[in-house]
Design a protein around this ligand. Structure first.
Ligand SMILES: [Zn+2]
Length: 405
């Protein structure tokens, strides 16, 4: 991790009195921790609130004996990214990811209360419950450590709800030695997990032509709006629902008035895909088209200038094939430990785990606790599932470390 020292400003960390006294062996501690972090308002844009949560979690990581760092965002204003990992030199890691921010405004902060085994409150399941399951699993796996050459890493984003902007390069670096990536977004239904999330690429496109009077000098103009409409009508039909590829023209702009040959236009495109292959295929077609203008001057010597920029590039997470074995191990842990069956799902929206995805990696998301109502006033977490999920994930970590998977 020393390369971060050169690249990013970091705070010096020490843990407070609170963590000197706590007993991590007790179920009660983990419930208290969930209540403590959930009672802090931490909307992604609330830097102070998010960092308060990150600080508490960083102190706990120190208490657990992990190498712990808080990294400033160099791109936009946000809380700090927390990275903690087991001490020592490892060539590969099991990386646990979660986030400390929520979607709730400060004035929407509601009281945290417990009712019939459920804890209600903003962010209790998305993703503060997930954070607690990840930390507890990490703690138990470290305590009952099996002989291993695989380290464990904990990554907690301060701005996942807004796309973790500013930290994608770091995720990309962490991905290199992360052979197994476990995501702690909330479970689906009665404990199901997520084995796939679509990726997306966003394009900003600019069209530059030549302005002219639409009556007198029509032939002298180069119409940027015409180029835009021809390009986009081609690109839009690249949608292919069968393979899960969609192209959406999200926004267009251009031109001046009825009687002016327009010299400028712009568009914003959202492209989504299930796999690296389908991504490559559709993006190649889009870029090939954009590299060849369709509107030319009448003598054929000039054409509309088309330029584009990729403003977001989130890889697809597709674990259905490569992570199936890992999923089946988890399924059998659930069957033997809790006499319960779990399944997996593939979902549309991206999450931080997408940035850790690449061929050969094994990933599972949705390992957070059970509950309902994420992003609503009815959000709750099933408290017992914090314990069961942690036990199952601990065993999964141990089986990976033993080389069973
Ligand atoms: Zn979340």
């Amino acid at each position: 991790m020393t390369f971060f020292v050169k690249l990013f400003f970091m705070k010096k960390l020490i843990y407070s009195e609170y963590f000197e006294k706590v007993n991590l062996e007790r179920d009660h501690f983990w419930k208290q921790l969930l209540v403590k972090v959930s009672s802090i308002s931490s909307k992604s844009s609330d830097v102070k609130g998010v960092n308060e949560v990150q600080q508490i979690i960083a102190e706990l990581c120190l208490k657990m004996g992990l190498t712990t760092e808080l990294i400033k965002n160099q791109v936009e204003e946000s809380g700090d990214l927390l990275i903690a990992q087991t001490k020592g030199d490892y060539s590969k890691y099991i990386t646990l990811i979660c986030h400390s921010d929520t979607v709730f405004e400060l004035n929407a902060q509601r009281p945290i209360y417990e009712d019939s085994g459920k804890l209600f409150g903003p962010g209790v399941i998305d993703d503060k419950g997930g954070m607690v399951v990840a930390l507890r699993s990490l703690y138990m796996a470290m305590k009952q450590r099996v002989d291993t050459s695989t380290g464990i890493r904990f990554v907690c984003s301060p701005n996942e709800e807004t796309g973790s902007t500013g930290f994608h390069k770091i995720f990309d670096q962490l991905k290199n030695d992360s052979d197994y990536i476990l995501g702690f977004e909330p479970a689906i239904g009665a404990g199901d997990v997520i084995l796939g999330r679509k990726g997306n690429r966003w394009y900003d496109i600019e069209f530059k032509g030549i302005k002219a009077h639409a009556g007198r000098h029509h032939q002298n103009g180069l119409n940027a709006c015409s180029e835009l409409s021809q390009q986009l009508s081609y690109i839009h039909q690249l949608t292919n629902y069968e393979v899960g590829t969609t192209v959406n023209i999200g926004k267009i702009d251009g031109g001046q008035a009825h009687n002016v040959v327009s010299d400028c236009a712009s568009a914003q495109l959202d492209v989504r895909f299930n796999t690296f292959e389908t991504k490559e295929h559709v993006c190649e077609q889009i870029e090939e088209s954009l590299n060849q203008s369709m509107v030319e001057s009448i003598c054929g010597t000039k054409s509309v200038d088309v330029s584009f920029e990729v403003v977001d590039d989130c890889p697809p997470f597709n674990g259905v094939e490569e992570s199936e074995e890992l999923f089946h191990k988890l399924k059998s842990i659930y069957q033997s430990k809790f006499k319960k069956d779990i399944n997996y799902h593939v979902v549309g929206g991206a999450a931080d785990i997408n940035y850790f995805s690449s061929p050969g990696k094994k990933l599972i998301d949705g390992l957070g606790p059970l509950g309902e109502g994420m992003h609503t006033e009815n959000e709750y977490v099933d408290l017992e599932s914090i314990n069961t999920r942690s036990l199952a994930v601990t065993e999964l970590i141990q089986q990976i470390q033993k080389g069973v998977i």
